[in-house]
Design a protein around this ligand. Sequence first.
Ligand code: 13P
Length: 302
Amino acid sequence: MTLRTTQEIMHAACSTATVVPAFNIPYLPMMAPVVEALRDAGAFGLIAVARLEWEKFESGSPRAIYEEYQRVKDERYTRLHMDHVPVIDEDNLRVDYEAILTQAAQLGYESVMVDGSRLPLDQNIAATRRVADMAHAAGVALEAELGAVLGHEAGPMPPYEEIFASGRGFTDPDEARRFVEESGADWLSVAIGSVHGAISAAKKREKKIAARLNIEQLDKIRQAANVPLVLHGGSGIPKKYILDAIKHGIAKVNIATAIRQPYEVLRDESIEEAKRAAYEAVRQILRDELDAEGSAQDINPT
Ligand code: 13P
């Protein structure tokens, strides 16, 4: 069996308006039920872990995640992705992102994300460029972010309606064109109205707001950037917006809060029950929110 690379799968998703969901794993035992749910649904998805999930949650380390992935993977339905490795993190601290991303590429992650979105445009381009050659030499696809997808920061967020109405922090199409040309990024995470679910101890159990998406802005970004686009903060966005975004260039949707919260509610009582809850959450999202059941057939045929 010749395996498609993640990059090939993302391009197949783009050209068929199929979504690649990326499910975040903040607790290692969640990985097995997420893989099982993708397989049972016949859907293709990425198993994703962000730096904050080994720093602030319990996914261990890039190596621990990689090893658990080797144990549970099913390459018909899954690939491993390293999500958000920030240049400046959610607490405003500098991160040695090059070292983390180089380790990920050496371990065998098939795609990675550098997140320079807290930097001015020129610095974001330079930081992304710094890891692009390394990633490509290792055969690893690189995601980067332009624009502000808020929510991970501990402090108060501006009122959602204000962010959406003003378009403040949204990805600018002209900047997106320049960013893709100069940074070497293969996929672009864009800001068009979504927000991340909160992760601070005080707020991580809160129900997420139902964000909206500006599809006109997305269309302009897609034309300018001409690479697969990524939507972060996928939990809780009403289905009509998500499906419209997939038709207009979003190839990957990141989902964390919607599977983390059901797992966390039960994990102190029973890990088995918590794993079951994560499994059910993934099945429900694939079936009812993303219309993604059976997608492996279209984008990763064997
Ligand atoms: P949510 O927690 O809002 O689903 O966001 C996930 C995400 O974007 C991870 O990168």
